[in-house]
Every structure is written in structure tokens, then in C-alpha cells.
Design a binder for this molecule. Structure first.
Ligand code: HEC
Length: 952
């Protein structure tokens, strides 16, 4: 690999170092004398344990094994937790440990807390992918081969805090409206907001993917973007393009305000592929120049220019974790780079046609590539191996991951398809009429947006495959849209008026029906009263009839009683008559008997007594007869009276019968009236029921028309809001024009201000120089003093040197004397030793004496040299005097010139300061124009905000 590092030596290494350092990754990428070797050696004890200690060991240690997992030692960590092995060598994607801290799986660790820093997660991933090395110099465990979770479910990685960026009050007037739309070569969807960006001619169009309404126009006079990309946060949009081999440019907009926040590139080729790093600090781009260039967004500095692709660079994407950059070329070459260093990470070989698109899975472990060879490949980052591939289309033009790990592709067969993470096809959408060029998921993965060669962009619902609408790469002007919307408003207004009239009519009808209903109610209650009265009358008649019947019964009973009484009394009279007859006969018999006896008594006196008894009996009978006659007379009178009493009883009966007849007649007379009243009552009731039904129908109709009218009114309000919105948008064009004007005026002001600024800076510099001059004067004064002191010192020199010579001479004499004594001793000892050859002690003493002589000889030699030097010293001290005097003269004259220089610098500084106002004057004079331009923007914007309809 050739790796050209074009950064300037003064600033960039420092910057890279500090960036890398601040990420805590310096151990991984710095220093890199042995490159990959160094990098792979992430180990448990040095790199991983400190991270675990900070975040995990509180709960996962030998004493406290949450989840049955102890991470406090290498062997314990290798033993895993409750659900088994927690780290799989070489496969972070399959390692619970990695997944729980990257929040790619539950239980998310640390619990109920934010993720630990990304850089630390990356260290743990590297450790796992690098083979779970235990300590420095340890051996990597062998990977069990690519084992990738292709069905991984990631939902919220990297979602920015706060509201997601949506365009606010952006320009809605298209830069241009052409006769025909152009091929959809660039298309992107915000990762977090319902927003899609579409490349048009001289503009980028932003559409709301929920409402499919245009929500912003970003002018791109550079012609037509070849690539569009949202930042991972969704707050920035990048466009790369240019034309031919002349101009290439990358522009980055703030999605919310539509302001250009960053631009790079003037001199190079067209940009075919580009991306923003997730932290937005880097932009990578490439094109026909075959180079991959990485720029800093801070200052636009080119940090890396990577030369490895052998053909045009056609696709690129930073990994979501920002650590890697994948790039592809027209010959099928595909490489993954370390984003911060530009070092190669993997070259991924396999495609036989141009790479058309690249997309990373949300967890940064897989990257998908699409190629003209029709294949989609999934590459695993850890080992750089292909884990899956399939023929997606005859030639595949696009591939994009959704956040949940599905993929969408489109291709030359005009089809757009959705796949699951393992390459199983989930859905085919209706075919385009021409080659499909770009496809992407909406932010929530619920919709797919794709475009073709003819410029058609369709939006589909993924769940049911239904087309929900289209986006326009070539939208009509605001005036045209307004005309259409105004016409629509008129129509909805007319419809609403009609609905309103209908509602009124229905209201009136309902009122009438209700009146009729209450009248019917009144009638029913009246007929009810009549019915009650008639029924009461009839009841009275019935009662009378009953009374009459009772009267007859009573009269009949009375008559029967009278008859019985009369019969009884007549019987008594008859019985009395018979008894009287019998008593008459008995009296005759008694009288006959008495007469007999009387005759006899005349013949027979004894019979007198009998005669007397018989006469008495006859007298008694006669008395009895008299009594009976009286009684009979009374009985007969009674019987006659009783017989007479039957007459009134018979009359009573006749009267009762007459009364009954009358009651019957009167009842019969009531009957037909009652029937009539009854019939009437039934009729009024039926009528009331009908009236109720009619009223119900009428009120239902009224409610219905009211609802319809309300809906029509609401439609009018919405339509009106659209019209108002478009009018406001039209007004907003003025705001943008004023903004552009302000930018021009501001630039002019800055240019003018720059002169003043230059003058101010020049004056500052002159002032600094004058100050430096003053310092030089002070230094010169100090120099004079020093030189004067040196002269004094020099003059004292010869005397000092003389004294030193004396001292040296004295020392020399002393040392020579010592030497002499020593030599004498040595000679004596030598002589003695010559005689006593066996005396070892003596021999030793001789040797020592010789050593002493040698030492003292050296010392004496030195003293001699010293004396000679001191003698020279006197000469030197003498010559030093004129030298010091000359130096003093020199410093004095130098001080004079320094002083005059300082004076000149002060004069220059004063001159420069005087110039400032004049240089600033043009800017000052210009300031009101700037203020006016600002005020105009503010005023227009305030006006626009007033015009802008409130959200409904
Ligand atoms: C506040 C305590 C606490 C902290 C801090 C903590 N964990 Fe846990 N961890 C738990 C509990 C409790 C469980 C079991 C939860 C469950 O099974 O639902 C668990 C489970 C796990 C598991 C799954 C074990 C298995 O095999 O089932 C892993 C892996 C894990 N934690 C890793 C970590 C890592 C790595 C950190 C540091 C970044 C960490 N934990 C920090 C409490 C904690």
C-alpha cells in the first residue's frame, strides 16, 4: 500500500495524536512502528481489566456474581455467566459481553445506565476479535470461524439526544423547473427523522417521508449532486458532485436551517462518493482520481490521501461507530480503512463488477456491498471474511441496511427488493419502467424510497407493499403550485357551502318533524283522557245494571215472602174455619147430648147430674166456639191483610224490572261511543309512533349533514393553510434573497473591515517592535555597565596575576623541596636494600618510596607548569585591559544606535496607530449598509413568520 500523508508537519501530527489520545485509543494505534502487530495485541490485563474495573466489577466480582458472571480475573471471565460463554474468540458479534455493553442485546450493561464510552466498547471488541489475549505477549485464541448474527435486532444505536433535525422554514421555491426529470442518481433518508433528500438539477430537495410534501430546497449551483448522505445524527446533509474533470465539491448543510456549514474542494475531479464521519469531524471523498481523501471538517485540512484503488472510487461509507471507512471502486475493489489513521484494515476481494453501493449494519460488525455483477456480499469486519452473498439482481445498483438489520436493494431488472439479514427475500415491489438506481429505507424502516433512470421516485409501505406515493425530482414552481392549490381551495369552499346549505335544510326539516311529534304527543294524551272518561261512564252503567239486577232479586224475594205469608195466613184461616166447623158440630153434639139427658132426666132424676155436666160441656163448647169465631175472624182479617200486602210487592218487582231495562238501555247506548273513542286513541298512537320515526330520521339526517359540513369546513381550513403556507413560502423567497444580499454585504464589510483590521494589526506589530526596541535599549545600558565593570576588573588583573605568580612560585619551591627529600630517602633505602637482598620489607619500602617520588615528581612538574602559566597570565592581564576598554567603547556606541532605533520604532508605531482610523473608516462608513441588510432580513423574517400558517 502506498500511503501518502499530506498533512503539514507543524500541526497535523499533534492533532492526530491528541484526537487519538482523547479517544483513549492511543494504545491501539500509537506508536505504530510495528503496525498491525501492535494493534492486535489488546489484552485483558492491560486494556480490558481497567475498563471492567471502572464499570462492571462492582457487580461482577468473585464475591458478587451478578448474572453468575465474574469478570474480575481472566479465567473467571472466560468461564462465562449464567447463560454460558460470554466471549467468543474472534467473534464480537456472537459475544454476549460485547453485545450487552454495545446495547445490542439484553440485559443492557451496565444496567439502567448510559452506555460506557464508545472507545472503551471498541477496545473490548478488539480484544474479543483479536482472540481474547490474557496478558501482554499472550497468545490469541483461535477463532471458531465467522459466526455472525445475521438476525440481530438493533433499534436505537446512536440516536441523538433531543429533537431530531427537520427543516424549519427552508426555501421552497425550486431553483429550476425543467421540462423533463433526470435520473435519480442520489437519494438519502435521514436516520432519525421522516426526511428524504433527493438530488435534482442545481438543487437538493428535501421531502417529508410521512406526508410526501416538499419541506426544503437546498440550492446547489454546482450542478447536480452524485451522492447525498445524511450524517449519522441526521442533523447534517452532505452532497458531493461537481462536473467532469473540472470541478468537484462537497457541501454540507445544516438540515434544520438550510445553511451551508462546510464546503471543500475546488481543484479536483468530480466527487462520486463521499461520507461524513459519525462524529462529524471528518469528510471522506473519492471519484475518478482513484484517491480516497479524508479531510478535517474543523479547518478543511486534508489529513489523508489514500492511493490504493485502481479505478474510480464509486462508493464509501463510515462505519456507524466511526472507526472504519469502507470504500469501493469501479473495478470491484473494496477496502476497509481505519478512519482515524487511514491505515488499511482489510481488502475484501470477491466482486467481479463495479461496486455501486456500500452500507454498514447498525452495529458496525458487517458491511454490505452491491455490485454490477449483481451480487450483494455481506462482509464481516473482524476477520474481513465474506459471510453471505447472493444474486440480488442482474446488476445491483444500491444496497442499504435498515436499523433493524433488513436490507433493501434495487437494480437493472427495474426491481426494488427487501431482504432479511441473511439474504432471504421478504418483498418485491412493483417494477419501475426503467432501471432502478437508488433505494433506501425511511428512518423507521417502515417505508422504502427508490428512484429510477427516468427520474421517478416511489415510496412504498414495506408491510403491505402498497405504493403510498411519489416524490418529485423536478417540482413545479411555487406560483404553479399555488395556482393549483387556490383552485382546489375554491372547489373545497364550494363543496363546503353546499354541505352547509344541506345542513341548514336538514336542520329545518328536523325542527318541523319535532313540532309534528309534539303535536302528536298532545293528541294522544287528549284521546287518552277521553277514553278514560268513556270507560268510567261504561263502568257506571255496569254498576247501575248490577244495582237493577239486585233490585229485581230483592223485589222478587219480597214478593215471595209476601206470598208465603199470605198462603200461611190463608191456611191458618182455613184451619180455623175447619176447627170452628168441628167445634160447631161438637157443640151441636153437646147440645144434643144435653137435650137427650134433659128428656131422660125428666124420666130419670138420676140423670140430672149428667144433664148438668152435659149442659156445662155444651156451654163450654159454646164459649169455645165463640172464642174460636173471634180468633177466626182475626185470622181471616190477617189473611186478607196479607193477601192485600202482595200488591205493593208485585209493583216493587215491576219497578225493579223497569229500572233494569232502563239500565240495560243506557249501557247499550254507551257502547258505540266508547268504541269510537278507543279507535281514535289507537289512531293517534300510531300517528305518534310515525311522527317519532320521522323525527328520528330527520335528526339523524341533520347530524349527518352537520358532520359532512364540519368535515368540509375542516378541509377548507386545511386547504387554506396550504395556500397560506405556499404564500408564506413565496414570501420566504424574499427572506432568502435578503439573506443572500446580507451575505454579500457582510463579505464586503468583512473585506473593508479587513483593511482596518490589517492597519490595527500593523499598528500592534509596530507597537510590539517599539517595545522590543525599548528592551534593547535597556539591554544596551546593562551591557555598558557590564563592560565598565570588565574594564575595572581588567585593570586590577596584572596585580592579581603578579600575586598569583608569587603564590605559584612559593608552591613550586615547596614541592621541589618535598621531592628532594623523598628522592634522598629512596636513594638511602635503595642502598640498604642492595645489601640486604632478602629483606622483603625493605624491598617493599623501596617500591613505596619510588611511588612517592613519582607522585611528588608529577606534583612538582605541575607546579612548574603552573608557575609558567602564571607568568604568561601577567602578560594576558595586561593585554586584557585595552580589549576591555575597546569593548566598553563598542557597547557605548551600540547603545547610542539602539536608542535611536528605538526612537524610530516609536515614531513608526505612532504613525501606524494614526493610520487606523482612516483604514477603518470605509468599514465604519459601510456599517450602516450592513445593519440595514440585517434589519431587512429580520423584518422580512418577522413578516414571514406572521404569514406562516400555524400548524393545525
Ligand atoms: C449494578 C450492577 C451491575 C453492573 C455495574 C454490571 N452488571 Fe452485568 N449484570 C448484572 C445483573 C443483575 C445481571 C443479570 C441480569 C439478567 O440476567 O437479567 C448481569 C448480567 C450480565 C451479563 C450476562 C451474564 C450471563 O451469562 O447471563 C453480562 C455478560 C454482563 N452482565 C456484563 C457486564 C459488563 C461487561 C458490565 C460493565 C460494563 C456489567 N455487566 C456491569 C448487574 C450488573
Amino acid at each position: 500500500m502506498e500511503h501518502q500523508d499530506t498533512k503539514t508537519p507543524s500541526s497535523s501530527p499533534l492533532k492526530i495524536f491528541s484526537t487519538v489520545f482523547s479517544l483513549g485509543l492511543w494504545v491501539l494505534v500509537f506508536p505504530s512502528s510495528s503496525g498491525a502487530q501492535q494493534e492486535a495485541a489488546v489484552n485483558y490485563s492491560e486494556h480490558v481489566l481497567p475498563i471492567l474495573t471502572t464499570h462492571c466489577l462492582g457487580c461482577h466480582n468473585a464475591d458478587k456474581k451478578k448474572g453468575d458472571l465474574d469478570l474480575s480475573s481472566y479465567s473467571a471471565a472466560m468461564a462465562g455467566g449464567g447463560s454460558g460463554e460470554s466471549a467468543v474468540a474472534g467473534d464480537s458479534g456472537a459475544s454476549t459481553l460485547y453485545k450487552v455493553i454495545a446495547h445490542l442485546a439484553d440485559p443492557k450493561m451496565p444496567p439502567k445506565k448510559a452506555k460506557i464510552p464508545d472507545a472503551e466498547i471498541a477496545v473490548i471488541r478488539k480484544w474479543i476479535d483479536g482472540g481474547l489475549i490474557d496478558a501482554p505477549g499472550g497468545k490469541a485464541k483461535k477463532s471458531k470461524g465467522p459466526k455472525v448474527d445475521l438476525t440481530l435486532n438493533v433499534s436505537t444505536t446512536g440516536k441523538p439526544a433531543g429533537p431530531v433535525a427537520m427543516p424549519e422554514d427552508l426555501l421552497l421555491e425550486p431553483a429550476i423547473h425543467t421540462v423533463r426529470a433526470e435520473a435519480v442518481i442520489a437519494l438519502a433518508a435521514s436516520p432519525w427523522a421522516p426526511l428524504a433528500a433527493v438530488a435534482g438539477q442545481h438543487q437538493v430537495l428535501l421531502y417529508n417521508t410521512d406526508t410526501l410534501e416538499l419541506s426544503g430546497v437546498l440550492p446547489y449551483p454546482e450542478r447536480r449532486p452524485a451522492v447525498l448522505r445524511f450524517s449519522r445524527s441526521g442533523s447534517l446533509l452532505l452532497a458531493g458532485g461537481g462536473h467532469g474533470a473540472k470541478l468537484g465539491r462537497v457541501v454540507v448543510w445544516d438540515v434544520r436551517t438550510g445553511d451551508r456549514v462546510f464546503e471543500i474542494g475546488e481543484e479536483f475531479d468530480q466527487v462520486l462518493a463521499a461520507d461524513l464521519s459519525p462524529d462529524q469531524t471528518h469528510v471522506a471523498l473519492g471519484g475518478p482520481g482513484k484517491l480516497v481523501k479524508i479531510y478535517s471538517t474543523k479547518d478543511g485540512e486534508l489529513l489523508h490521501s489514500i492511493k490504493k484503488h485502481t479505478d474510480w472510487v464509486t462508493a464509501m461509507e463510515f462505519s456507524p461507530d466511526g472507526l472504519y471507512l469502507a470504500t469501493g471502486d469501479r473495478a470491484g475493489g473494496l477496502h476497509v480503512w481505519e478512519a482515524k489513521t487511514g491505515h488499511i484494515h482489510h481488502s475484501l476481494n470477491g466482486h467481479k463488477g463495479a461496486i455501486t453501493d456500500l452500507s454498514w449494519r447498525a452495529d458496525s460488525t458487517l458491511v454490505a456491498s452491491a455490485s454490477e455483477d449483481g451480487q450483494v456480499f455481506l462482509w464481516e469486519l473482524a476477520n474481513g471474511t465474506k459471510v453471505k452473498s447472493w444474486q440480488a439482481h442482474p446488476a445491483a445498483a444500491a444496497v442499504k441496511y435498515s436499523r433493524d438489520g433488513r436490507l433493501v436493494t434495487c437494480g437493472r431488472d427495474m426491481l426494488t427488493r427487501v431482504w432479511d439479514g441473511a439474504g432471504t427475500k421478504l418483498k418485491d415491489f412493483e417494477a419501475f419502467t426503467d432501471l432502478a438506481l437508488r433505494a433506501t429505507f425511511s428512518h423507521d424502516g417502515a417505508r422504502v424510497i427508490a428512484g429510477d433512470w427516468t427520474g421517478e421516485i416511489r415510496v412504498w409501505d414495506v408491510a403491505d407493499g402498497r405504493r403510498v406515493g411519489q416524490l418529485d425530482t423536478n417540482p413545479p414552481s411555487l406560483a404553479d403550485r399555488l395556482a393549483v392549490e387556490i383552485k382546489a381551495l375554491e372547489e373545497t369552499r364550494a363543496a363546503a357551502a353546499k354541505r352547509g346549505a344541506e345542513q341548514k335544510a336538514a336542520g329545518a326539516a328536523a325542527a318541523l318533524a319535532l313540532d309534528a311529534l309534539s303535536a302528536a304527543h298532545r293528541k294522544t294524551s287528549e284521546s287518552q283522557t277521553a277514553l278514560t272518561a268513556a270507560e268510567a261512564k261504561l263502568a257506571d252503567a255496569d254498576k247501575a245494571l248490577l244495582g237493577a239486577a239486585q233490585g229485581i232479586k230483592d223485589a222478587q224475594a219480597a214478593l215471595a215472602a209476601r206470598q208465603a205469608e199470605a198462603a200461611q195466613k190463608a191456611q191458618l184461616a182455613k184451619d180455623g174455619g175447619a176447627a170452628l166447623q168441628k167445634t160447631k158440630e161438637e157443640l151441636k153434639k153437646a147440645q144434643d147430648a144435653a137435650a137427650e139427658l134433659l128428656k131422660q132426666g125428666e124420666s130419670d132424676p138420676s140423670k140430672a147430674k149428667d144433664l148438668e155436666a152435659a149442659q156445662k160441656a155444651a156451654a163450654d163448647k159454646a164459649a169455645e166456639l165463640a172464642r174460636m169465631s173471634d180468633a177466626l175472624l182475626r185470622t181471616r182479617t190477617d189473611a186478607d191483610l196479607a193477601a192485600n200486602a202482595m200488591g205493593p210487592a208485585q209493583k216493587g218487582l215491576a219497578d225493579a224490572q223497569a229500572a233494569q231495562k232502563q239500565a240495560e238501555e243506557s249501557k247499550a247506548a254507551q257502547q258505540p261511543a266508547l268504541a269510537l273513542v278507543r279507535q281514535e286513541s289507537v289512531q293517534t298512537q300510531t300517528r305518534a309512533t310515525e311522527a317519532r320515526k320521522a323525527a328520528d330520521t330527520a335528526t339523524a339526517a341533520q347530524a349527518q349533514t352537520k358532520k359532512a359540513s364540519g368535515e368540509a369546513e375542516a378541509l377548507v381550513v386545511r386547504q387554506q393553510a396550504r395556500v397560506d403556507g405556499l404564500k408564506a413560502a413565496q414570501f420566504n423567497v424574499q427572506v432568502y434573497a435578503a439573506k443572500a444580499e446580507l451575505a454579500n454585504v457582510q463579505a464586503e464589510y468583512d473585506a473593508l473591515g479587513a483593511k482596518g483590521e490589517d492597519a490595527r494589526r500593523a499598528a500592534g506589530d509596530a507597537e510590539a517592535k517599539a517595545k522590543a526596541g525599548d528592551q534593547a535599549v535597556e539591554a544596551a545600558q546593562a551591557g555598558i555597565q557590564k563592560a565598565e565593570a570588565a574594564v575595572v576588573e581588567a585593570k586590577a588583573g596584572p596585580a592579581k596575576a603578579q600575586a598569583a605568580l608569587e603564590a605559584a612560585k612559593k608552591a613550586e619551591a615547596l614541592k621541589l623541596k618535598r621531592l628532594e627529600a623523598a628522592l634522598l630517602l629512596w636513594q638511602n633505602l635503595k642502598d640498604d636494600a642492595a645489601e640486604a637482598k632478602d629483606d622483603a620489607t625493605l624491598a617493599q619500602a623501596v617500591a613505596r618510596a619510588k611511588e612517592a617520588c613519582d607522585l611528588l615528581q608529577k606534583d612538582a612538574d605541575l607546579a612548574v607548569v603552573q608557575t609558567i602559566a602564571r607568568e604568561h597570565g601577567i602578560e594576558k592581564a595586561k593585554t586584557a585591559i585595552p580589549a576591555a576598554e575597546a569593548e566598553l567603547a563598542r557597547t557605548r556606541s551600540e547603545a547610542l544606535s539602539t536608542a535611536s532605533q528605538a526612537a524610530a520604532l516609536h515614531a513608526a508605531a505612532a504613525e501606524a496607530a494614526k493610520k487606523i482610523p482612516a483604514e477603518r473608516a470605509p468599514a465604519e462608513a459601510f456599517k450602516p449598509r450592513l445593519d440595514a441588510a440585517k434589519a431587512k432580513v429580520d423584518a422580512l423574517r418577522a413578516e414571514y413568520l406572521k404569514l406562516k400558517p400555524r400548524p393545525i
